[in-house]
Write a protein that binds this ligand. Structure first.
Ligand code: ATP
Ligand code: MG
Length: 673
C-alpha cells in the first residue's frame, strides 16, 4: 500500500492537502515531481475516482514516466488517471468538442514544419520575401499572439512595432484562414481553441469541471498565459489545483512561458497554500553547492535554501581541453572507463546548450561503439524524407491538407511544372475549392497543357486509391509500405543525395517511421492512421526519434528539465554557448541562461563535469573561446580543475607514435634522395 513515510513533512503536507489550491515552489531535486506522483496515488487510495484526476506534465516522455510511477504506487486504478501534457489534454478536449469547434472528428495537427511552410506560403501571398524576412520569427510572433488570446497583431504607430510585427500582422489572418480552410489546427490552437470554447460557454465549463475535480501540474514555472486560462476554466470555483515548480528553472520564456504564473499563483487561485521544500535528495553536496552559487547571482528570484544530507561527494570537475575533438574524446574515455567499473550506459548524460555542439560526441561514441541516444536535432521530424512520407500519409487521411499536398505533388518529380501548378492554384482560389479538389478537376482548369493534366490525373489516382485503402479496416502499416513502394520514395530519397551513406540514412529514417506505424498498429486493437498522425505530431514536440532506444543520453539543457542522471557532462561551458549569444536576431536573456546552467548542474546525482575548449572550428576558422562566466561562480571548495595533461596519450603510445613519425620521416627522406 501507499507509504507516505517515504516523504518528508512538507512533502507529506503537499500530498495530503487535497482540497483547495496548493503551490509547491521549491528548488531542483527537492521532490516536487515525487509529490505529484504520491498525491495522485493518495487521492486514489482515498477513494477519489481516477477519471476525475488530471495530472499535467511538460513532455509526453514525462507523462509516460508519471503514469508508470502512479501505477506502481496506486496499483490498477492508476491507469485510469488522465496524465498528459497541456497539448494532449487540449487535443483530447477538442476531439470531444469537435462539432462545437467546427472540426472534423479526426482533424489534422500542423506540426512545426507544416506551420513554417504555411507561414511561408502566406508571406508569398502578401508579397513578402522569405529570404529577407525570417519565417521563423514571423511564426514566433503569430504564436505569441495566439498564446495571448489575440485575434490580431497590432502594429504600433510611430515606429514602435518593428518590421516583423508589420509582416506578422499581415500574415496572421491569412495563416488562420488557411488553417481553417484545411480544417486543421496548429500546436497553439490545441490550447487556444479549448480556451476559447470554454470561455464562451459556461455549460461546457461546468461539464469539464464536473469531470476533473483534481488538477495537478508539474513544471508550472514554464506554463504560458493560455495554459493558465485553460487551467482556470477547468478548475472553476473549486480551485483544486496543485501546481509544483521552481522559478529558478524557468527556461521557456523565449517560447512565451510566463514565470509570473508561478510567482503570482495566489492571485489566480486565491487562498492558495504555499509549501516550500528545502531538502535536495538528488545531488551530492558539492554539486548542490555549485548549483546554489550559480543561481544565487540572479537578482529577480525568490530566495531558496537547498540543502542535502547526502555528504559532499566528489568535487565537480572543470576540464579545459584544446579543441572540440579533444573534448569529445575526453568525455568518451571517461565514460568508457567508468563503464568498465560497472556503470551501465544509461547512467551517463552529455548536455549542451545547442544541438550544434553534439556532432563530435556522436562521432566519438560511434567510433568507440558506445550506444547513445541523441534526443533532438537534427530532429527526426525535420528530416525532409520523413516530412515527405508524412505529407503523403496526411494527404491520404485529409485531402483538404493543402500544405502536405503542395509538398509532395511533385515529389518524386513527376513532371508537373510550376506554371501548371500555379494555374491550378489560382483556379482553386477562384473556385473556392481545396487544392486536391482542383487537381481532381484539372481538366476544367483553363490553359492547362494536356500533358500536365494527364500527369496530375495519374497522381490523383494514386492518392485516391490509397485514401480508400487507408479508410478500409486493414493493415495500415502494410498499406503505407505499399504507398512508399508505389510512388518509389526509396529510390527518390537515395537519388536526392550524393553519398551512398547519406542515402542509406534517409532510407533508414523512412523505415524508422514505417516501423513506428507498425508498432502502433500492433499495439492497438483498432489502429487508425489519422489517430497515429495526431499522436506523432504531439510526440514530435518532445524531439524524440521513435526508432531509438537505450544508451548514453545526448540532449539539450532544455530537454533535460526534470530528468536526473548519476553522471553528467555539461559540455561547451564557454561564452556564447552558455550563456548563449542571441539566436536568430533575438536578444539574449542572461538570467534565463543562468537558469539553464542551473538546470544543467542540478541534473547530476553523483558526478558532474563541466567541460570547455580553448579553440573551436567555426565555418572553417579556428576561433579562440572564452570560459563561461558561470564557471567563475563555482565555490572554490566544491570544484577542482582537472589537468588536461591527464588526457595525453599514455607513454607507450606516445613512444609508438613518435617511432611511427620517425619511420615515416626516414622513408620520406630516403625517397627524396
Ligand atoms: N523524501 C524523499 N526521500 C527519498 N528520496 C526522495 C525524496 N524526495 C525526493 N526524492 C528523490 O530525489 C530525486 C529528485 O526528486 P524529484 O525528481 O521529484 O525532484 P524535483 O523537485 O521534481 O526536481 P526538478 O526540479 O529537477 O524537477 C528523485 O530521485 C526522488 O526519488
Ligand atoms: Mg521535477
Amino acid at each position: 500500500m501507499l507509504d507516505l513515510s517515504t516523504l518528508n513533512p512538507p512533502q507529506r503536507e503537499a500530498v495530503m492537502t487535497t482540497e483547495g489550491p496548493v503551490l509547491v515552489l521549491a528548488g531542483a531535486g527537492s521532490g516536487k515531481t515525487r509529490v505529484i506522483a504520491h498525491r495522485v496515488a493518495y487521492l486514489l487510495v482515498k477513494g477519489v475516482d481516477p477519471e476525475s484526476v488530471l495530472a499535467v506534465t511538460f513532455t509526453n516522455k514525462a507523462a509516460g514516466e508519471m503514469r508508470e510511477r502512479v501505477a506502481a504506487l496506486a496499483g490498477p486504478p492508476g491507469v485510469d488517471v488522465f496524465v498528459s501534457t497541456f497539448h494532449s489534454f487540449g487535443l483530447w478536449l477538442l476531439q470531444q468538442e469537435h462539432k462545437l469547434a467546427e472540426l472534423p472528428k479526426r482533424f489534422a495537427i500542423c506540426d512545426a514544419g507544416d506551420q513554417l511552410a504555411l507561414v511561408k506560403r502566406c508571406m508569398r501571398e502578401v508579397s513578402v520575401d522569405d529570404r529577407k524576412f525570417d519565417a521563423h520569427r514571423v511564426l514566433a510572433a503569430i504564436s505569441k499572439a495566439k498564446n495571448a488570446g489575440k485575434k490580431r497583431i497590432a502594429v504600433r504607430e510611430a515606429g514602435q512595432g518593428d518590421d516583423y510585427d508589420l509582416v506578422a500582422s499581415e500574415v496572421f489572418p491569412r495563416y488562420e484562414k488557411a488553417l481553417r480552410a484545411m480544417r486543421a489546427v496548429d500546436f497553439d490552437d490545441l490550447i487556444a481553441r479549448p480556451v476559447a470554447l470554454l470561455g464562451r460557454d459556461e455549460a461546457l465549463q461546468a461539464k469539464y469541471q464536473e469531470r476533473f475535480r483534481y488538477l495537478l501540474v508539474d513544471e508550472y514555472q514554464d506554463t504560458n498565459l493560455a495554459q493558465l486560462e485553460l487551467l482556470k476554466h477547468v478548475a472553476g470555483d473549486r480551485r483544486n489545483v496543485c501546481a509544483v515548480g521552481d522559478d529558478d528553472q524557468a527556461i521557456y520564456g523565449w517560447r512565451g512561458a510566463e514565470v509570473k504564473n508561478i510567482l503570482r499563483f495566489d492571485r489566480h487561485f486565491p487562498g492558495a497554500k504555499e509549501i516550500r521544500l528545502e531538502q535536495n535528495y538528488r545531488s551530492t553536496g558539492h554539486i548542490l553547492a555549485c548549483a546554489n552559487a550559480v543561481i544565487a547571482k540572479n537578482a529577480a528570484r525568490k530566495p531558496k535554501a537547498l540543502f542535502t544530507e547526502s555528504g559532499p561527494g566528489e568535487p565537480v570537475r572543470v576540464v579545459a581541453l584544446a579543441e572540440e575533438e579533444d573534448e569529445a574524446r575526453f568525455v568518451a574515455e571517461e565514460i568508457a572507463r567508468q563503464r568498465a567499473e560497472g556503470r551501465p550506459w544509461s547512467h551517463f548524460a552529455v548536455l549542451f546548450r545547442l544541438n550544434a555542439l553534439s556532432r563530435p560526441f556522436e562521432e566519438a561514441f560511434r567510433e568507440g561503439s558506445m550506444p547513445y541516444v541523441m534526443h533532438g536535432g537534427p530532429a527526426f521530424f525535420d528530416r525532409s524524407e520523413v516530412r515527405d512520407l508524412l505529407a503523403y500519409l496526411k494527404l491520404c487521411v485529409q485531402p483538404e491538407d493543402d500544405v502536405s499536398l503542395s509538398r509532395i505533388v511533385n515529389v518524386p518529380a513527376r513532371g508537373i511544372g510550376d506554371t501548371s501548378l500555379e494555374r491550378v492554384h489560382d483556379w482553386a482560389i477562384a473556385q473556392r475549392v481545396h487544392l486536391f479538389e482542383a487537381l481532381r478537376r484539372a481538366p476544367e482548369v483553363p490553359e492547362l497543357p494536356r500533358g500536365a493534366a494527364e500527369k496530375i490525373a495519374g497522381f490523383v489516382a494514386v492518392i485516391e486509391r490509397y485514401q480508400a485503402r487507408f479508410a478500409e479496416r486493414g493493415n495500415i502499416a502494410e498499406v503505407a509500405r505499399g504507398l512508399v513502394a508505389e510512388v518509389d520514395l526509396y529510390t527518390h530519397v537515395r537519388a536526392s543525395v550524393q553519398s551512398l551513406e547519406a542515402g542509406a540514412r534517409k532510407v533508414d529514417a523512412l523505415d524508422g517511421l514505417l516501423r513506428s506505424l507498425e508498432g502502433y498498429a500492433q499495439r492497438n486493437a483498432r489502429p487508425n492512421l489519422a489517430t497515429w498522425l495526431q499522436r506523432l505530431a504531439l510526440d514530435s514536440r518532445d524531439e524524440e526519434d521513435p526508432a531509438q532506444e537505450g544508451g548514453i543520453t545526448l540532449m539539450t539543457l532544455h530537454a533535460a528539465k526534470g530528468l536526473e542522471f548519476p553522471v553528467v557532462f555539461l559540455v561547451g561551458a564557454e561564452e556564447d554557448y552558455l550563456p548563449c549569444a542571441g539566436i536568430q536576431g533575438e536578444a539574449r536573456d542572461l538570467d534565463e541562461e543562468r537558469r539553464l546552467a542551473y538546470v544543467g548542474i542540478t541534473r547530476a546525482r553523483e558526478r558532474l563535469y563541466l567541460t570547455r575548449v580553448a579553440t573551436r572550428t567555426k565555418r572553417g576558422k579556428l576561433l579562440p573561446r572564452t570560459p563561461s562566466r558561470f564557471l567563475d561562480d563555482l565555490p572554490a571548495g566544491a570544484h577542482e580543475k582537472v589537468d588536461p595533461e591527464a588526457l595525453a596519450a599514455p607513454p607507450q603510445e606516445v613512444a609508438a607514435h613518435t617511432e611511427n613519425v620517425m619511420a615515416a620521416l626516414r622513408a620520406r627522406l630516403g625517397a627524396s634522395k
